[in-house]
Design a binder for this molecule. Sequence first.
Ligand SMILES: [Zn+2]
Length: 66
Amino acid sequence: MPLYEYSCDECGRTFEELRPSSEADATIDCPSCESRRTSRKLSSFASGASSSGSPKGGSGCGTRFT
Ligand SMILES: [Zn+2]
């Protein structure tokens, strides 16, 4: 299941979610303020991002909810 990144239009939080690709664009609630005004960002997979200062250290595969 691919990992998608979302940003909240209400509080500005970005968060990641593992979802089936069929639900990638489905509405998702913000984990912080529970707003549904969220938008999907481009997957960090496809961008081939350089891992400089990436919060994803490769250990564990869970989302970083705390
Ligand atoms: Zn929010």
